[in-house]
Structure formats: structure tokens, C-alpha cells
Design a protein around this ligand. Structure first.
Ligand code: SR1
Ligand code: MG
Length: 407
């Protein structure tokens, strides 16, 4: 047993040099390697390592939140990320970094290096096409959710994963607090522009909004439909000219499928609210529809073709009632949409007034203009919470109406 030590670039070399299979991927000797720290998220250290014949990505948990050393935290999050990666990589080939190694003493996850990729958030802020990645992401969520759900496998196969990922209590607590609780109460982690004071007060005083948040808390904690990514915002997705990779599965848990869908939709909606460029808004609207439609069609296709051995809605039970099976499936997808719209709203609210706010509005210099754009985003989210949209077209139409501001 080697005591945990926080890595620095020299420590990364030392760590890799002692692991022959990883060192061989880099080629040469430790002195031939270059280590670049690229830590960017809120929680962990991340290093890219370049050798004469290969590259690696090394990620280590810290005993605290990276961006707030006073916020202490257990180290086990990279263990959950490693387990998520190992479970999801074969189900969605080519859409995650390749898993290479996990060290449970140093809490170090080693994986494929995504040099040359940028986060989807950064790409979108520079005008990248949002539609093609959204199609891929819709397929990713459909595959990862369906294939880890009770619809694809007997309950005995779900049970070990359900038990393991239920142990991810530290990061589940963060989501419960930061996304589903703190924005609706006084809390030192909240902050917003003073011009939004009245909007925040009105949101907190609205009984329909508070009731919906309560229902979402219940869905999140008591609906273990599938293994979720658990933090599927546009910073958890990397893209290059040709590829998309979903990273950072440390928040993984069994939960409602609409949570992953909702987080992705939220970040497209925020990008939409943050711009006044009409063509850009249309592209983001198309991306929202593309994501949802791809998710639905891929999920239903998998359900019709890969449900052998599952205990839910078994084809043999419905052999004389195929229409009833279709109705049940459509009802399930509607439920996922209902959840997704609610979780999207909660995520938008959190990114506007809670902890870890989004950078989408940073390009707006004038504080009044920034507050105006944030206000319409908040108003869209409150609208979704007060009165759930029936379908994706109603969702995008509300987005268009609620965020329409004279430029
Ligand atoms: C303390 S962690 C803050 C946020 O960063 C992660 O990406 C999650 O979104 C989390 O809520
Ligand atoms: Mg992250």
C-alpha cells in the first residue's frame, strides 16, 4: 500500500515509469516525456503526457474541490469514473476515451489522451455546428441508458451496477444540493447579478415551481432507470474535427434517463438564450430537436431489437398485444421527456444563480445587457417548471418566445 500523494508533472512521470504497460505506450524513458497540466474542471487534476511513440491522459482526485481547497471531499470519485468508463466504453464504442488503467491507492485514472479536442462549450462559443454533435450525443444517451437499463437485461444483471454506483454518494450529494436544492433557498454558494434580484425572489415564491422541484428531487433519487453519466453538460463533451467523446463520468449513478437528456438540452438552451444572432439561435434550436429525436428513435430501435432476456415488457408477454406494447413504450418515452424538461430547467436555473455558473454569457460586456439575457433564460426555465411542455416542439417554441429580446 502506497500512501496517496497529489501528483505534479514530475510525479506523473514517476507514476507512469513504474507501470510498464503505460510507459511502453509512451515509448522512450521518463526523461523523454513531456507532461502538461490541463486541469480545467472544478474537481480534479488532469495531465496530458506526450512520449516519443504515444500519449496518455492522467486524472487524479484531490482531497478537496480543485477550485475551492476549503471544500474537503473524499477521493473515490475517480473510482466511479473508472467504473463508468469501463461499463460504457463497450456499449458506445468510440464515444468515450479508451480506459487504460485505474490505481485505487493513488486514485489515478489513466486513459486515452484527447489532444486536439476542445470542449463542446468552447467549440459552440466559437460558432461550431451544434447539430452534428447533438445527433451523436442523442445516440450516445440512448445506447448508454438503454443498454444499462432493465429493458435490456435481467434484473440480476442490473443489481451489481445498481449497488456499486449507489455508493457514489459524495457526487450525488453535490447534484442534489447544487442543482436541485440550493437555488431555491438562501445559500452562500448562490450568487447572481443584482438586476435579477426580483426574478429570483419571484421564482422562490412560486408554489408551482417549488412543487415541481420537489417532484424532480424525488425522480432523481428514487427512479433508477439506467446508468447515467450524471453531469452531461457541454464541458463534459470533447469534440475534434471528426470525433466526439463523452468524458468525466465521475457523477455516474442509476437514475432517471431524463436527467442526462435534460442536462444536455439545458446547455444548448443556455447557449441559445445567450446569443442574439438569429441564425445561431436557429442552429441551436435544430440541435435541440436533433438530439431529442435521435435519442427517441435510437432508444426505441434498441428496445425493439435488443430486449432479449429482459424482465420488463417481455416480448412473449405481449405477443398477443403488440399495440399495447407500443403504447407502453410511447408512454415511457413521454415520461423521459417530462423528466428531461424539468431537469433542463433546474440545470438552467443552477447555472444562472447557483454554484459553477456557465461561461456562455461572459462575452456580453455590458452588465445590463447580460442581466437581460440571463433574465430571459431564467424566465424560460421558470416557465418549464411551472407548466411542463408536451413535447420537444413545445419546448423549442417556448425557448424562442421566452428568450426573444430586441437586439
Ligand atoms: C463542486 S463541483 C461543481 C460542479 O462541477 C461539476 O461539473 C458538476 O456540474 C458540479 O455540479
Ligand atoms: Mg466534470
Amino acid at each position: 500500500m502506497t500512501a496517496y500523494r497529489t501528483l505534479d508533472p514530475e510525479g506523473v512521470k514517476h507514476f507512469l515509469a513504474a507501470r510498464r504497460d503505460l510507459a511502453e505506450r509512451l515509448g522512450g524513458e521518463a526523461q523523454d516525456w513531456t507532461v502538461r497540466e490541463v486541469s480545467d474542471g472544478n474537481l480534479n487534476l488532469v495531465f496530458l503526457v506526450f512520449g516519443p511513440s504515444g500519449t496518455l491522459c492522467v486524472k487524479q482526485s484531490l482531497p478537496h474541490v480543485r477550485v475551492d481547497p476549503d471544500w474537503k471531499m473524499p477521493l473515490d470519485r475517480t473510482a466511479f469514473e473508472a467504473a463508468w468508463l469501463r461499463r460504457i466504453e463497450p456499449l458506445a464504442p468510440g464515444l468515450t476515451p479508451a480506459f487504460l488503467d485505474f490505481d485505487p491507492e493513488q486514485f489515478v485514472l489513466t486513459m486515452e489522451c484527447l489532444n486536439g479536442f476542445v470542449t463542446l462549450r468552447e467549440a459552440l462559443s466559437k460558432g461550431a455546428d451544434p447539430i452534428a454533435p447533438s445527433r451523436i450525443l442523442g445516440g450516445f444517451v440512448a445506447r448508454s441508458a438503454f443498454l444499462t437499463s432493465y429493458f435490456a437485461q435481467p434484473f440480476e444483471a442490473v443489481a451489481p451496477d445498481l449497488a456499486f454506483f449507489s455508493g457514489n454518494t459524495t457526487l450525488t450529494r453535490i447534484t442534489v444540493d447544487l442543482v436541485l436544492t440550493d437555488p431555491y433557498r438562501e445559500h452562500p454558494r448562490n450568487h447572481w447579478l443584482p438586476a435579477l434580484d426580483a426574478d429570483v425572489a419571484a421564482m422562490r415564491a412560486d408554489p408551482r415551481i417549488i412543487a415541481r422541484i420537489g417532484a424532480l428531487q424525488e425522480r432523481f433519487l428514487t427512479t433508477p432507470q439506467a446508468l447515467l453519466h450524471g453531469d452531461l453538460h457541454s464541458g463534459s463533451i470533447m469534440i475534434s474535427d471528426r470525433d466526439v467523446r463523452v468524458i468525466d463520468g465521475e457523477f455516474s449513478l442509476y437514475g432517471p434517463i431524463g436527467f442526462d437528456c435534460g442536462l444536455y438540452l439545458a446547455h444548448l438552451a443556455v447557449a441559445h438564450a445567450a446569443t442574439n444572432d438569429v441564425a445561431r439561435k436557429e442552429a441551436l434550436t435544430a440541435a435541440i430537436r436533433t438530439f431529442w429525436r435521435t435519442f427517441c428513435s435510437d432508444f426505441l430501435y434498441l428496445w425493439k431489437t435488443q430486449a432479449n432476456g429482459a424482465d420488463l415488457y417481455t416480448p412473449t408477454t405481449f405477443s398477443n398485444a403488440p399495440h399495447e406494447l407500443d403504447t407502453l413504450r410511447a408512454h415511457f418515452i413521454s415520461g423521459v421527456f417530462h423528466d428531461a424538461a424539468g431537469f433542463a430547467a433546474a440545470e438552467i436555473v443552477r447555472r444562472l444563480i447557483g454554484y459553477a455558473q456557465t461561461s456562455d454569457f461572459d462575452h456580453i460586456q455590458d452588465e445590463q445587457s447580460k442581466a437581460d439575457r440571463q433574465r430571459v433564460a431564467l424566465s424560460f426555465a421558470c416557465d418549464l417548471l411551472r407548466d411542463a411542455p408536451a413535447d420537444i416542439d413545445a419546448f423549442t417554441e417556448r425557448l424562442r418566445q421566452d428568450t426573444d429580446l430586441p437586439s
